[in-house]
Design a protein around this ligand. Structure first.
Ligand code: TYD
Ligand code: MG
Length: 453
């Protein structure tokens, strides 16, 4: 008996509710619940796995043959690096990012590169027609001509075409536009996204095809659809960047075949995306050394140190509550640092609007950047530039003390390479880097003194 009931499902977390509600009781999000037909008769999906046949017998780990990980390199160094060395056959990756950031461009370039290396490649799009994809392809440095394209949104048709063409790489743009016959709900619904992703994952594993899927992001910046989507796939990449800037940052937040949080930097050019092999130099290129409110720090992005500039502006506020605007830094962290500078550093920001930003759309995700943020704030407050040849490295505690950070030597080596000669950091840690002097700074009350130095 084919009953089709419906269910009220949260688009954020996938939680099912018996009736509609304004707020999801599971994740607390508002206005995310939508009606979807409840699928019955999915028994086949459950039993389709291992049924009959030879059951897999348990074996000792030592007896398990060591898999040799094959990787296909694209020759786009930053892409291969973020992927952990290249694309693993039979794996599935999800790439998220805001519209217009360059997801389709990146994947078309990847497809063209792999095609150029002799792999069969299918680029299926429900977002754009083959004519539109051709227009993009004509702009690229890569020759995307031999890449097979398919304008299609039915998953079964796409997979048939993949099999029929023997494609080793399938690009699917995007997961929100495809649907499977197994469900009646609309493309983009939680059920469809989840089912299509699971189906694609099985297909990748069974056929050895590498699958790349584009995912749209929500206002909050996470990939739209059920959270389980990111759990299903092997690799999750985020492509981001400040709208007005040409830089694009690619980062893996999950990778079963490599380390996470490696950063790949690209620039969007007239002829597609170009890898930026020396991000630090590019990020600091626009720095004005005579201007107050700027401080440089070295972040560890994955295994690589990257130098960035922190900018701060403290200006008298017109009226009412002073504003705190943070770009690239957690507003709560900024609030903590301002409070510490007030109470422990003798600086007053209470009548001032405070703006802080990080160059090139990089986000400060580690407390090691605290000292640079504090230096930029004090530099703006006192209107004295930080020394042009100095960088700031350290976490700041609530007592105003400067704490040691990890990876100091590698960060300093990168700074030295770029011509920096002094590093302000906790005196409790030592680092010997040729050409660069480590200047101990143990408390924020010494920070203002470092400015004129
Ligand atoms: P696109 O890959 O379509 O973004 P997404 O798939 O993430 O929505 O990239 C769109 C932007 O990139 C668009 O604004 C045009 C620009 N672009 C270039 O500047 N140069 C190029 O060579 C290409 C192909 C696109
Ligand atoms: Mg696109």
């Amino acid at each position: 008996m084919a009953r089709v009931r419906s269910v009220y499902r949260c688009a954020e977390c996938g939680h099912d509710h018996a009736k509609w509600a304004g707020r999801c009781e599971a994740c607390g999000e508002w206005n995310t619940i939508a009606e979807e037909p409840l699928e019955v008769g999915r028994k086949d999906a459950k039993t389709a796995g291992r049924r009959g046949g030879a059951a897999a017998a348990p074996q000792a780990l030592a007896d398990v043959e060591q898999a040799r990980l094959v990787r296909w390199t694209t020759g786009i160094p930053e892409f291969d690096f973020v992927m952990g060395g290249g694309i693993v056959p039979g794996s599935m990756a999800l790439i998220g990012g805001e519209p217009g950031i360059g997801k389709s461009t990146l994947l078309l370039q990847t497809a063209a590169r792999l095609r150029g290396a002799g792999r069969r490649v299918l680029y299926a799009s429900g977002e754009e027609s083959p004519e539109q994809i051709r227009l993009r392809a004509d702009r690229l440095r890569e020759d995307a001509g031999p890449v097979l394209v398919l304008g299609e949104t039915r998953l079964e048709t796409i997979l048939e075409a993949t099999r029929a063409t023997g494609a080793e790489l399938l690009v699917l743009d995007s997961i929100q536009t495809v649907y499977t016959d197994a469900l009646e709900s609309a493309p983009g619904s939680v059920g469809q996204v989840r089912e299509c992703a699971a189906h694609l994952m099985r297909f990748a594993k069974e056929s050895g095809t590498a699958v790349f899927v584009v995912g749209h992001v929500t206002k909050g910046g996470t990939i739209a659809g059920p959270k389980t989507l990111e759990h299903i796939v092997d690799t999750v990449l985020y492509f981001e960047g400040e709208g007005s800037l040409d830089y694009r940052l690619l980062r893996a937040t999950k990778n079963r075949f490599g380390s996470v949080d490696e950063l790949g930097v690209f620039s969007m050019t007239e002829r597609g995306l170009a890898a930026v092999p020396n991000p630090s130099a590019v990020f600091l290129a626009a720095r004005s050394e005579e201007t107050s409110g700027s401080a440089v720090t070295a972040l560890m992005e994955g295994t690589r140190p990257v130098l960035v500039e922190v900018q701060a502006l403290a200006a008298p506020s017109g009226y009412g509550t002073p504003q705190r605007v943070a770009t690239g830094i957690d507003p709560k962290r900024l609030a903590v640092l301002l409070a510490v500078l007030e109470r422990r550093g003798g600086a007053s920001f209470s009548q001032l609007d405070v703006f802080v930003q990080v160059t090139a759309g990089v986000r400060l995700r580690e407390p090691g950047a605290d000292l640079a943020v504090a230096a930029a704030l004090l530099s703006s407050l006192h209107n004295i530039p930080t020394p042009a040849d100095a960088l700031y490295l350290g976490e700041i505690g609530l007592g105003g003390e400067v704490r040691p950070i990890g990876g100091l030597e590698r960060r300093l080596a990168e700074a030295s390479r770029l011509g920096f000669r002094r590093a302000f950091a906790s005196p409790r840690q030592g680092a010997q880097v040729p050409g660069l002097r480590h200047v101990g700074i143990s408390h924020v009350d010494q920070l203002a003194g470092s400015l004129a130095a």
